[in-house]
Design a protein around this ligand. Sequence first.
Ligand code: TRP
Length: 336
Amino acid sequence: MTQDIYLTGITTTGTPHIGNYVGAIRPGIEASKDPTKKNYYFLADYHALAKNEDPDKISQSTLEISAAWLALGLDTQNAIFYRQSDISEIPQLNWILASMTAKGLMNRAHSYKAAVATNAQGGNKDPDKGITMALYSYPILMAADILMFKATKVPVGRDQKQHVEMARDIAQRFNHHFGDVLVLPDPLIDADTAVLAGLDGRKMSKSYNNAIPLFADATRLRKLIMKIKTNSLEPGVPKETDGSTLYDMYKAFATTQETMDIEARYADGIAWGEMKQLLFELINDHIHPAREEYERLMGNPAIVEAELLQGAERAREVAAPYLAEIRDAIGVRKLG
Ligand code: TRP
């Protein structure tokens, strides 16, 4: 049996928040330390272009996300950590795959359909208003990211499952025409990984403006936690853990014993104010040790840059010869 190869990308938009931490960063860092696993992690900065971010925001986000993963202990000796735009083979493969991809397949992408639906709701005559080719063909670039490294398992959130399935479809079609060249990936969706709600109870997301930044200083962290929406039950009245954002967040950081203790406090009717204070202390204790290293890296971008370039070198050792094979298969090759 051949070894699984894990690969996942992080779009460089926004500041890492505790939802990203619990859902992707923490499990990713854990996996990076396993010497029996081959892991690729990368910053999808070309994908960020599809979101119309301004230039300084893209580079700031690249720095913040890299610094966060490094400060929290990503093992970059074992795992390969790189920036998409440093691997010139990826956009080359993107074009090759574009020539293999049915336009109809892209028409079915959820992200594109959602953008069209928003235009229709807004009463726009042009269903494609504001939609760039980057947004439209986003799944092809994502397929290139994945197929470039022969990834077999792609850990993603539910919203990205369809994109990984499209990568698989594209690879299959390629192989049908050109032989067994590309490796078919599978999405890996961990049902145990918590999806955290944000301040307003909706899924924590930068686009809802309800996120708690992972490295907010203690004062800001406490302030934000105090804003989390609860119901209006008084202290002393027993409370449900089910559907409680505070409880879910607590559980995501707590040990089993701490979770059981807090469940007992809910049953006893803990006051929301006290629960928020306990949640603040738990998260702060958890993040505090990495915060100093995060600040150090943010103040020394050259250290982060060096890490990324070292990762890119390792990634290209894989990508460059493989792209040559792929080009050979499609006839874009040397003549003699
Ligand atoms: N599109 C993914 C997201 O928004 C990020 C991403 C880009 C990705 N390329 C990838 C994830 C390749 C997994 C594999 O979350």
